[in-house]
Ligand binder design. Structure first.
Ligand SMILES: [Zn+2]
Length: 141
C-alpha cells in the first residue's frame, strides 16, 4: 500500500486498500472538491442528469419562495456584483449576436488565455468541431 498525493491539497495520504488509485485524501474540503468536480463533469456530459438537477432546483425554489429575496437583502455586495456582470453581458450582446471580426483590435483587446474556437459555416451556424487555442497577448499597440 503506497502513498498517494491528494489532487486538491497536495498532501500525501495512504489510499484505501479497496481503491489504490484514490486521488483525493479524506479531508472534508478535498472530498467536497472531488464531488464538485464530479458533478460538474456529470452535468456537462449527461443531459438527463442536468435536467434532473434543474428540476430539483426548481422544486426546491418552489418550496423556498423567499430564499433569493432574503439572500439579496442579506448580501448587498452580491446584488451589486450581479448588476455589474449583467450590465457587462448586456453590453457584450448588443448590438450584434455574432462575434465581431475586429474584436482583437480597438479599445478592448482579447485577454491572454485559453479560448474555445468553433468553426462557423456560411450561414453563421456553429459546426460541431471545436478547438481549444491558447492566445497570448503580445502588445496592445
Ligand atoms: Zn487533500
Amino acid at each position: 500500500m503506497g502513498l498517494n498525493r491528494c489532487i486538491a491539497c497536495g498532501k500525501t495520504f495512504t489510499a484505501r486498500a479497496q481503491s489504490p488509485q484514490q486521488s483525493y485524501c479524506s479531508n472534508a474540503p478535498c472530498q467536497k472538491e472531488r464531488r464538485r468536480l464530479w458533478q460538474r463533469e456529470k452535468r456537462r456530459e449527461d443531459p438527463d442528469y442536468r435536467a434532473d438537477q434543474v428540476q430539483a432546483h426548481k422544486a426546491w425554489l418552489a418550496r423556498h419562495p423567499d430564499y433569493w429575496r432574503q439572500y439579496r437583502e442579506a448580501h448587498p455586495e452580491y446584488v451589486e456584483q450581479n448588476r455589474t456582470q449583467q450590465r457587462a453581458r448586456r453590453a457584450e450582446k448588443s448590438p450584434e449576436p455574432v462575434a465581431k471580426m475586429d474584436a482583437s483590435i480597438g479599445t478592448s483587446p482579447l485577454k491572454s488565455g485559453t479560448y474555445r474556437l468553433t468553426l462557423m459555416s456560411d450561414d453563421d451556424v456553429a459546426k460541431m468541431d471545436v478547438w481549444m487555442a491558447e492566445i497570448t497577448l503580445i502588445s496592445t499597440a
